[in-house]
Design a protein around this ligand. Structure first.
Ligand SMILES: CC(C)(COP(=O)(O)OP(=O)(O)OC[C@H]1O[C@@H](n2cnc3c(N)ncnc32)[C@H](O)[C@@H]1OP(=O)(O)O)[C@@H](O)C(=O)NCCC(=O)NCCS
Length: 164
C-alpha cells in the first residue's frame, strides 16, 4: 500500500551529496543489514537514554511500513547519522513528520544533520505533503538552530502526550 497515492522507491538510493565528493552522502535505506543495525546501536543512545536501539526485526518493520522512510548519512562511507520521515494521509491532506534525527557526536558540525533534513523535505514534497512537522525540546540547542536555519517555524499549538 502506498499511503499517499504516490509510489516511492524501496531501494537504497543516494538522494543528496553536499560539500564535495568526500563529504556527506545521504541515502534512503532499502534493506536491513548488519551495518545498519550496528549504526542504530551507536546512534540511538545519543538521542535517547531510555529507548533501546531497534534490532533487525524493528528496522525491518520500519522499512516495510509504507508510511516510513529511513535516511542515513555517510561520511567517508561510514553511517554517521539518521533521520526517519513519516508521511501519512489524513482527511485534510498528506501529513509529514520528521522524527529521530541524530548524528554521531564525533561527526557533528559537518552538515550531516542539514543534509538529512533537506533530503527528508524533498521526499516529503515528492510524496505530496505540503508541510512537514517536527518537535524538538528547547534544550536541544543544536537541533533547534538546525531546524530554524532550514526554515522551520514555530507553530502556536499545544502539544499533548497521553502516557499509556
Ligand atoms: C541536531 C544534530 C542532528 C545536528 O547534526 P549535525 O550533523 O551536527 O548538523 P549540521 O552539521 O548540519 O549543523 C550543525 C552545525 O554545524 C555547522 N556546519 C554544518 N556543516 C558545516 C561544515 N561543513 N563546516 C563547518 N560547520 C558546519 C552548521 O552551520 C551548524 O552550526 P550551528 O549549530 O552553530 O548553527 C546533532 O547535533 C545531534 O545528533 N544532536 C543530538 C540528538 C538531537 O538533539 N537530535 C534532534 C532531535 S529533535
Amino acid at each position: 500500500m502506498d499511503p499517499t497515492g504516490t509510489a516511492g522507491t524501496c531501494s537504497a538510493t543516494t538522494v543528496a551529496t553536499v560539500r564535495g565528493v568526500a563529504e556527506v552522502v545521504v541515502e534512503e535505506v532499502g534493506d536491513v543489514t548488519e551495518e545498519l543495525v550496528d549504526a542504530f546501536a551507536r546512534l540511538v543512545p545519543q538521542l535517547s537514554s531510555s529507548a533501546p536501539p531497534p534490532g533487525t526485526r524493528e528496522l525491518q518493520a520500519m522499512l516495510e511500513s509504507p508510511c516510513t522512510t529511513v535516511f542515513v548519512a555517510r561520511l567517508e562511507g561510514v553511517i554517521v547519522g539518521t533521520l526517519t520521515l513519516v508521511v501519512f494521509r489524513i482527511p485534510t491532506g498528506v501529513r509529514a513528520r520528521i522524527e529521530d534525527v541524530v548524528v554521531l557526536d564525533a561527526a557533528r558540525g559537518r552538515g550531516a544533520g542539514d543534509a538529512l533534513s533537506r533530503a527528508a523535505l524533498v521526499k516529503a514534497a515528492d510524496l505530496g505533503a505540503r508541510n512537514v512537522d517536527l518537535s524538538s525540546r528547547p534544550s536541544r540547542e543544536a537541533a533547534n538552530r538546525l531546524y530554524q536555519r532550514l526554515g522551520f517555524e514555530t507553530r502556536e499549538t499545544n502539544t499533548y502526550r497521553y502516557v499509556l
